[in-house]
Design a protein around this ligand. Sequence first.
Ligand code: C5P
Length: 151
Amino acid sequence: MVRRLLAARAGVLTERVAALAGASVVVATALVRDGRVLAAQRSRPPELAGQWELPGGRVEAGESEPDAVARECREELGTDVRAIGRLGTDLPIAPGLLRVHRAEPAPGAAEPRALEHSALRWVGADELADLDWVAADRAVLADLTELLTGR
Ligand code: C5P
């Protein structure tokens, strides 16, 4: 509980600093279904192609982070999701900050499809370490394990 409160405080502070510095925020989506999280394999740029990530992208001006999560999932996966809260702390990436949001499929949502990635895979807690994750997303694996196992 204390850890979560501290993480939330740190998140708010980092967000303000990032906003002041004009850094862009990228949201990543931990879409969980039946105890597995959806991982997506990047197709670009060449140096990241083949690595796995949580789907997402840049938050647009005036857009809330939960709206950005929903939009990116529609664009990249052709499916509707609902963002239901943050996961982990802010992660530094080249364009600014990466912020992971937990999400669930919206009622009646279509099966996700790889519209911009090379492949998709539903990954259980015991398989997370098998994937070659992009650097920033690797830092969230412990939180993902906790999320998937409830521990
Ligand atoms: O997907 P896109 O190229 O728009 O992502 C913007 C930036 O955010 C890239 O530098 C990408 O590597 C990073 N990113 C990330 N982890 C994610 C999604 C994006 O590090 N899950």
